[in-house]
Design a protein around this ligand. Sequence first.
Ligand code: C2E
Ligand code: CA
Ligand code: CA
Length: 651
Amino acid sequence: MPEIISSNNDDRKLPERIFVERLKLYYQSLKQSVLAVLVNSTILLGLLWNDIERSHLLGWYSFALIVTIYRIIVWWQFNRIEKSRYEERQWYLHMLIGSILSGLIWGGAGYFLFSDNIFYQALLAFIIAGMSAGGIINLSSFLESSLSFLVLVILPFLIRLLQEGSTEALQMGFMVFLYLLLISVSARRVHQTVLNGLTMKFMYQRAESKIKEQALYDELTQLPNRRLLKDRMLHALARAQRSNIKGALLFLDLDNFKRINDTLGHIFGDGLLQQVATRLNQHIRTGDTAARLGGDEFVVLLTDLSGSSAEIAQNVQLIADKIRQALEVPFKVQNHELHVTSSIGVSLFPDDSHSVDDLLKHADTAMYQAKNLGKNAVHFFLKDMQDSLNKRLELEKALHKAIKNEEFRLYFQPLVELNGTIFGGEALIRWFKDDEQMVPPDEFIPIAEETGLIYLIGDWVLNQTCHCMSEISKLNLPNDFKYLSMNVSPQEFNQKDFAIRIEQALKKNALSGRYLEIEVTENLLLDDVSGTVQKMEKLREMGISFSIDDFGTGYSSLAYLKKLPVDSLKIDRSFVQDVLSDNNDATIVKTILSMSHMLGLKVIAEGVENKDTWRFLEQHGCQFFQGYLIGKPMPFEEFMIKLKNGSVFEP
Ligand code: C2E
Ligand code: CA
Ligand code: CA
């Protein structure tokens, strides 16, 4: 084996590949070598016909012919076998035997066809020199064969010259000896050059294929990348258009990857992505493609689906669900058990589109829909979906403008006590898009939260609320009016400088914190309970109070509530509204009321729309109310008039 074996793992296969290549080189040049033997031995036979004893001559020639036939047979068989068998040891042995035998032919010529005639000696010397030079080239891929060939060719002739003993013969013998040394050194050098050449060739090939691989495969997971995926999609689409066969694209996004990556670090994130890739590959058929687009986005391309559109859709749903469930099984990364879920969007081709880019876009849209529907789900692309997405993008653009153009207004909805007096008001934002059409907050707040615009909007709400509250405090109301409450999104609350911004807004309006209540949802508490509690405590030191909004719809448990520094709960209006018709809702409301009394929390019932509801709530201990029955959210001026008039609601 050659000495260029590297210890690097990557190079493990290199020596074997080079070995095969060396064998191939040898067998390729065998033709010329056999032809040279045949021609030269026949010429020699003719030249020496009258000068050498016939039996010697014919015996030698027959040997040369037999060896030639043997080498031709081996050569012929080598050419017939499959490439994968080149490595087999027997081809190396045949090569070595062939070289030794042909060495013996010319060695035999030098010894047995030796003549006293100085002319014939010179002739032999020429032929031997020529054959050995040819041998170096033909046998160069194996040093052991070229050296043994050289020695076998030259040594017998040298011995004969020494035996001859004449001065000329001895002189010639000396020169032949020098020639042997020289040509052996050359043989070694040629051999080394061949080896270096082969190694370079393979290194180059490998580097080239590596470059190709990097251009088409994702480095982390080794899955096809976007480019290769698109290429395969093109082929699949072309096939689908020619025949009745169809395909599907599954756009897959991990639901909680960012959190894992942020909290545990990139090493975990990367490990997880690699395992997801492996799992995806385990759950698709050969012929289908799992690709990574980047981040935690994967795409599975299913091809060659047949049947009616409905059957195909059903089939794809099954496959997508299978993949989704497979990813739910916990992953083990560096001894940590990681739980992930995935949202999958599906587009079908050629039904949904004939364009690769559109299909990807559609599947992506469907994936977002799956996320919006609560994640860990599969959703198919529908044309309406694209429309609503477009509408959303439009809204996002308009929202940017709205901040600049001051298109927001703050409305206030009264909060009343059991006796009907207004003790507070909830600030609710209104967006008059282009100064006319009112866009409800439920439609734009989620977009603002996703795009980060909520920080600007939240700032505006905060300052506006403080300003309005300071206006109210100038009215010299009796102590009945306690505070204005404002809604704060988790994103806003979680900002580092949230407390500072509140402090600044209060200061700017010369307002005490006790005039402000902050409404947060239960989901705020999901991430970092102790950090949240700390921040709340800090704000409470400024006099600010807290209420939990939409209570009952989120995740919080009683155990949580005990830990939290909150003052009140607001029962979500979905329960309040059906309290008279739905037994479950009635039970929930009753439970919340009795439970919060035990915990010493104030309860405000939202969405009170009629007197019967009010009465039911009152009977079960509710003391604070909000809803259309009392008053809809109204502009600040209207709210002020109500307060100035000391208006009391008659329950
Ligand atoms: P929310 O905090 O639960 O606000 C109460 C919602 O219930 C308001 O909807 C209010 O108009 C409505 N409502 C009040 N009484 C009744 C009733 O008797 N019947 C019915 N059917 N509805 C009633 P609105 O103003 O459309 O606000 C929707 C949501 O948008 C709010 O729900 C809140 O989560 C969010 N939001 C509103 N303003 C802001 C804000 O300034 N900042 C943030 N982050 N979110 C806000
Ligand atoms: Ca609220
Ligand atoms: Ca609410």
